[in-house]
Design a protein around this ligand. Structure first.
Ligand code: NAD
Ligand code: DAU
Length: 337
């Protein structure tokens, strides 16, 4: 499998994935299909946009004809579907586009994959499809799906569609369910870059509720190496959880950011909680660790420092992404909250 169609490759994780493949696996060719929504950004690709082993195409995964044309033209062997509407808060205020891209878009890709007999379909899912945990236990691949937000419902629906194409048509697939990612090029609507950006500008840090919600953080590069192992080594039709055994409360993470940036804790402001906020996520990643010998390579403390330093060193990127519509989004989400 040498010719890969990556969707959503101008977003946070997709662009990190394409960069990793192009620099570490030079015999692969990547077609990168991305609609360039508010979250997609060609600047994320600036260091490899013109590489001969990479072809960027602006387009929508809901457009079946475009997808089929790409498969034919580039002799695509495998599809990795990163493209999605990915922000939980936006799915609460406007769920329709999540149904469109995350469900209908995945269905469109599956139809094309089936028609063109694609060798492997890798669906990038999320641990949020399992719902929320209490203080004990971890998500395993055997758990029933119990998504809570409009976002995670659309991701769970997409997972089930992928499995239905395998059951019905014999499509060979894998599904990965990763925990919260952090790292370079993450759009500052997500907690870590939002807090970094606000702290840099001496703005309040809006902590939802008591701030004791728990996420299992994984450095984005480690998510990318896990997806690569799944694509190249996994038996078909297996689901893999991916996570770093790295549970932190939101306040723990935010306090570390403030310390690194030498900003006062008085910037923290507790605000009205996210409706239906999942309390705790934690991943049991035993299967991928044992079957595919994957393990995370970056400790949280180091990854967070690297991430903060990246935002400090790329303030032009940050300024560009928070100009225009971002400010409107921010005001609508946080004003008088
Ligand atoms: P992101 O929002 O940064 O990027 C999404 C990309 O998809 C953008 O480039 C956007 O332009 C593109 N896109 C959106 N709709 C499209 C469409 N209809 N057609 C083509 N392209 C479209 O998201 P991310 O954080 O990089 O997440 C990537 C994937 O990983 C998503 O499927 C998400 O559900 C999953 N995931 C994310 C995390 C996380 O912590 N960020 C964790 C686990 C899983
Ligand atoms: O678990 C994987 C998921 O992680 C991915 O599937 C999603 O695409 C990704 O967005 C992420 O979802 P979360 O909702 O966990 O991430 P977010 O960064 O939005 O929030 C992380 C935590 O921080 C969560 O408990 C809510 C809280 N939070 C978030 C924001 C944006 C705040 O307290 N204040 C904020 O302003």
């Amino acid at each position: 499998m040498k010719n890969i169609l990556v969707t959503g490759g101008a977003g946070f994780i997709g662009s990190n994935f394409v960069r990793m493949v192009l620099s570490e696996h030079k015999d692969y060719f990547i077609v990168n299909l991305d609609k360039l929504t508010y979250a997609g950004n060609l600047e994320n690709l600036s260091d490899f946009l013109d590489r001969s082993s990479h072809q960027f195409i602006k387009g929508d995964i809901c457009d079946g004809l475009t997808v089929e044309k790409i498969i034919d033209q580039y002799n695509i062997d495998a599809i990795i579907n990163f493209a999605a509407e990915s922000h939980v808060d936006r799915s609460i205020t406007g769920p329709k586009i999540f149904i469109e891209t995350n469900i209908k878009g995945t269905l469109t890709l599956l139809e094309a994959a089936h028609k063109k007999q694609i060798k492997r379909f890798v669906q990038i899912s999320t641990d949020e499809v399992y719902g929320s945990l209490g203080p004990e236990g971890k998500f395993t691949e055997q758990m029933p799906l119990a998504p809570n937000s409009p976002y995670s419902v659309t991701k769970a629906a997409a997972d089930l569609l992928v499995q239905s194409f395998s059951h019905t048509w014999g499509l060979k697939y894998n599904i990965t369910r990763c925990s919260n990612n952090y790292g370079q090029y993450q759009f500052p609507e997500k907690m870590i870059p939002l807090m970094i950006n606000n702290a840099l500008n001496d703005k309040e840090l809006p902590v939802y509720g008591d701030g004791l919600y728990i996420r299992d953080w994984l450095y984005v590069y480690d998510h990318c190496t896990a997806v690569w192992k799944v694509l190249t080594q996994a038996p078909p039709n297996e689901v893999y959880n991916i996570g770093g055994c790295n549970e932190k409360t939101n306040l723990e993470v935010i306090n570390r950011i403030l310390e690194r940036l030498k900003k006062p804790k008085s910037l923290i402001k507790h605000v009205t909680d996210r409706p239906g906020h999942d309390r705790r996520y934690a991943i049991d990643a035993d299967r991928i660790m044992k079957q595919l010998s994957w393990e995370p390579s970056v400790r949280f403390e180091d990854g967070l420092n690297k991430t903060i330093d990246w935002y400090l060193g790329n303030q032009d990127w940050l300024k560009n992404v928070v100009s225009g519509d971002y400010q409107k989004y921010y005001d609508s989400m946080y004003d008088n909250r």
